[in-house]
Each structure stands twice: as C-alpha cells, then as structure tokens.
Design a protein around this ligand. Structure first.
Ligand SMILES: NC(=O)c1ccc[n+]([C@@H]2O[C@H](COP(=O)([O-])OP(=O)(O)OC[C@H]3O[C@@H](n4cnc5c(N)ncnc54)[C@H](OP(=O)(O)O)[C@@H]3O)[C@@H](O)[C@H]2O)c1
Length: 273
C-alpha cells in the first residue's frame, strides 16, 4: 500500500484525494498538510474530506512520518514552502499545483536532484491526448492557421490562464517553431481586436464561471474552415485518480524531473505524448 502525504489537504482537490483513499485499495493517507493559519489544524483529515475518521491530523508542516510519496494540490506559496521539506525527508512529489512562477520552477528543478518530482499541470489522460493532437494539427497547418485557445473554469480558480492552456499554447508554439512569449495575446479588447500578425499570433482566453471543472478548446482557423479540439472534465475525480496514478509511477522512480509524458508512455503507448 502506497503511503501518501497530501499537500493542500483541506482544499477542493486535496479533499478529493483524501476521500479517494477510502475507495481505492492502493494508497493510504499518512500526512495531510494545510496552511499554518488555517483554524482546522489538528482536525482529522478524513472528517474534513467528508469521509470517515482516518486518524491523520491536519498539520502545518510535512509530518515526520514514513511516506512513499506526496501529492501537492496547494498553491504556489504552498509548493515553495513545502517541497523543500519533502526534499529534506527524501519523499518524492507530484506537483499538481498550477500558476508556478520561474523561481518556484527552479526550486523544483533543484529538488529533483534529490527526489523524484513530477510536474503535472493537468493529470487527465484526455488532456494528454488533446495535447498530442494539438501538436499534430499545429505542425500540419503551420502559420496559416489562426490559433485561439479558450479555457473555462469555476469561479474560484485563482490563476489565469490555466496551467493547461499555457501548456497547450506552448505546444502549439513549439510545433510551429515559435517562442510563445513573442507571439502570445492574452484576451482581446477594443483597439487590439484584429489579428495584426495574422496566423503568427496565438491567443489565449480565460472564462471563470459557475462550477465548471475544466474545459479547454483549441481552435484552428484556416481558409474558410475551422477545426476545434475540445476536452471537458466532468468531475474533479478525473484529476484525483490521475494524481494517484502519478503517485504510483513516482514511488518507484529515481530522483529527477518528470512530466505527464513519462507517465503516459505507459497509459497510451501508441501515441507520441
Ligand atoms: N494538475 C491538475 O490536474 C489540477 C487539477 C485541479 C486543480 N489543480 C491545481 O491544484 C491547486 C489546488 O486546486 P483546488 O481547486 O483544490 O484549490 P483550493 O480549493 O484553493 O485548495 C488549495 C488548498 O491548499 C491550501 N493552501 C494554500 N496555500 C498553502 C500553503 N502555503 N501551505 C499549505 N496549504 C496551502 C489552501 O488553503 P486556503 O484556502 O486557506 O488558501 C486550500 O485549502 C490549484 O493550483 C489548481 O490549479 C491542478
């Protein structure tokens, strides 16, 4: 049985993962970390997740317990604070938190010299397939195509655009031999509405509405045609199960930096991820 520490255990995703330990026989939660100023410190992680008592208290730091792996669904600040603690204990981590800045990404690269670190801005298999298809379409259509990405998430999502939208945009840019930062447009407004650089621009739009779990559409406009590739996640369970799969992968891995592509080579061996 995999012994897992959950970072951000009282959040929407963290509670999902904790609750999933009751349904799946493959892992147990041995640590549950939340913000130091959260009044629920000391409460039982299972009860906070809406399931049974697990006997695992919510703590402000990585607890001193035997653990195989951690999954991080906290915040960029949480990742920065807690990954060094995992590194010092030799516990590998699946970083699912998005909106990481360059400094935090550098910290992960550094930690990966001592522990396995899998950075996964999206843990769904469908998104991995979408990503591969987007690359294929981008390469086939080249700079002739007007590429617009639209992502939609629930009203409480903090970062924008989503880590997945940025990943997809980077994949488009790389396939077309571009540097995303030089060609990205974030939203459009009056006076900047037209495609000045025609097909060279890659535009990214973020919608925040209701309880949408996560939707991504990449639209390719060329000639009098438009091709749209869309993925919709209907439940956060998709990501929680993906986190468990990633944790299983990581628990046997050597120190190093991994991505979803490494994991999906096993799940989808027939596609170029
Ligand atoms: N990779 C994927 O497939 C995937 C899927 C879904 C979500 N995500 C990402 O995962 C993250 C969490 O999403 P969510 O929807 O669960 O958000 P959430 O409900 O806000 O949960 C985050 C939890 O972490 C806590 N936290 C924040 N800073 C912390 C710190 N410094 N130390 C310890 N705990 C801290 C938050 O506490 P407070 O509320 O007190 O700040 C909150 O309880 C986001 O970055 C989201 O984009 C990734």
């Amino acid at each position: 049985m995999l012994r897992m520490i959950v970072l951000g255990a009282a959040g929407r995703m963290g509670r999902r993962v904790v609750a999933l330990s009751e349904d799946l026989d493959v892992f147990e939660v041995v640590g549950a970390v939340i913000r130091p100023d959260d009044p629920r410190i000391g409460d039982d992680a299972g009860l906070v997740a809406g399931t049974n008592v697990l006997g695992v208290p919510l703590t402000s730091d990585v607890p001193d317990v035997e653990a195989d792996v951690a999954v991080d669904f906290s915040s960029p600040g949480g990742t920065r604070r807690l990954v060094p603690q995992l590194r010092d204990r030799g516990v590998g981590v699946v970083v699912a938190t998005t909106g990481l800045d360059a400094e935090t990404r550098a910290l992960l690269v550094d930690a990966a010299r001592r522990i396995p670190v899998l950075v996964a801005p999206n843990l769904s298999v469908g998104i991995a397939l979408l990503s591969a298809l987007v690359e294929q379409a981008s390469r086939a259509l080249g700079l002739e195509a007007d590429v617009e990405l639209v992502e939609t998430h629930h009203r409480n999502k903090r970062d924008a655009p989503s880590g997945t939208a940025l990943h997809l945009a980077e994949r488009v840019a790389a396939a077309r031999g571009q540097n995303l930062e030089e060609v990205a447009i974030y939203g459009r407004r009056a006076g900047g509405g037209e495609r000045v650089r025609r097909g060279e621009e890659i535009a990214i739009h973020a919608l925040r509405t209701g309880d949408v779990v996560g939707e991504h559409t990449v639209s390719f406009g060329f000639g009098s045609e438009r091709l749209e590739l869309t993925h919709r996640a209907h439940s956060r369970g998709v990501f929680a199960r993906g986190a468990v799969r990633a944790a299983q992968f990581l628990s046997g891995a050597n120190p190093g930096l991994y991505g979803m592509g490494d994991l999906l080579k096993r799940a989808l061996p027939s596609i170029e991820t």
